[in-house]
Design a protein around this ligand. Structure first.
Ligand code: SAM
Length: 275
């Protein structure tokens, strides 16, 4: 008998993955946490029934949410990740030789603990001495740390529950204050196919705060619709005008210098959505 993980991407669209083995399933203080081993994507972290990251395709999301801001900023030293308990973003951030410290502010300590145990290929960098793990609410942490980070990355779950306050509104003003004078922030901001109003509203909120606000896209097989947006806000540096010719040569599987620029070229329906 086959075991299938069913993910309702929206009410009327479901993805299913054939499961080899359930490695852990528990109710944490914040969410239902599962790590399962699947035939098509290897081991994956699932929170409240939503696929967060998989061993097979994690590199797309984690490379794009980190290398675009970190190569746009000329000398990123201190980086904050809000969420990101699987460690994938930290893994990519620490490839940048200028980075001296990355703080991971994850609300659910169980995510860190179980990803360290069951997803070492993604979480290994959490053991790096440059990485400081803070278990707590990112909203509170950002509010309490002014002028502290060159780059802030909001690597959160979807805009529900504990993550709801991480999407737009006053939180982006808080991020602006948390950034240093020429800081850059990026957030994962959902898919324009299923949640166009989230993409539109988040972009509008970021544009109200940051002088340079851009949207870029990536293709992520295990994310709803496979077509994912990221919103970038920058106090000074434009990610489309950055000179990448002398940037550090780092090991990637998805990000390239050409794609850095091209990922900001949007399909017409998305241009219209955020106009
Ligand atoms: N990195 C994965 C990916 O590829 O999309 C998913 C992101 S990571 C698993 C999302 C994390 O955000 C979860 O572990 C969740 O506990 C955390 N989170 C949600 N709301 C938060 C908040 N207010 N402060 C800090 N972390 C939060």
């Amino acid at each position: 008998m086959d075991l299938w993980l069913k993910e309702s991407q929206i009410e009327d669209a479901v993805m299913t993955y054939r499961v080899k083995q359930t490695l852990i399933r528990e109710k944490t203080e914040y969410q239902d946490l599962a790590i399962v081993d699947t035939y098509s994507f290897g081991r994956m972290l699932v929170l409240d029934g939503i696929v967060q990251t998989t061993v097979r395709d994690e590199y797309v999301y984690h490379e794009m949410i980190t290398h675009i801001p970190l190569f746009t900023h000329p000398n990123p030293k201190k980086v904050l990740v809000v969420g990101g308990g699987d460690g994938g973003a930290v893994k990519e951030i620490l490839k940048h030789p200028t980075v001296e410290k990355v703080v991971l502010c994850e609300i659910d300590g169980e995510v860190v603990k179980q990803c360290k145990k069951y997803l070492p290929e993604i979480s290994f960098a959490l053991e790096d001495p440059k990485c400081e793990i803070f278990i707590g609410d990112g909203i509170k942490y950002v509010h309490e740390h002014r002028n502290s980070f060159d780059v802030v990355i909001v690597d959160s779950t979807d805009p529900f529950g504990a993550a709801e306050g991480l999407f737009g509104g006053s939180f982006y003003k808080e991020i602006y204050e948390c950034l240093t004078k020429d800081g850059i922030f990026v957030a994962q901001t959902e898919t324009p196919f299923y949640l166009p109003e989230v993409v539109r509203d988040v972009y509008k909120d970021a544009k109200a705060v940051f002088p340079i606000t851009k949207l870029f896209m990536a293709g992520i097989p295990t994310y709803p619709s496979g077509f994912w947006s990221f919103t970038l806000g920058s106090k000074r540096y434009d990610p489309q005008k950055v000179n990448l010719s002398s940037t550090a040569d780092i090991n990637t599987k998805y990000y390239t210098k050409e794609l850095h620029i091209a990922s900001f070229v949007l399909p017409k329906f998305i241009e219209d959505l955020i106009r």
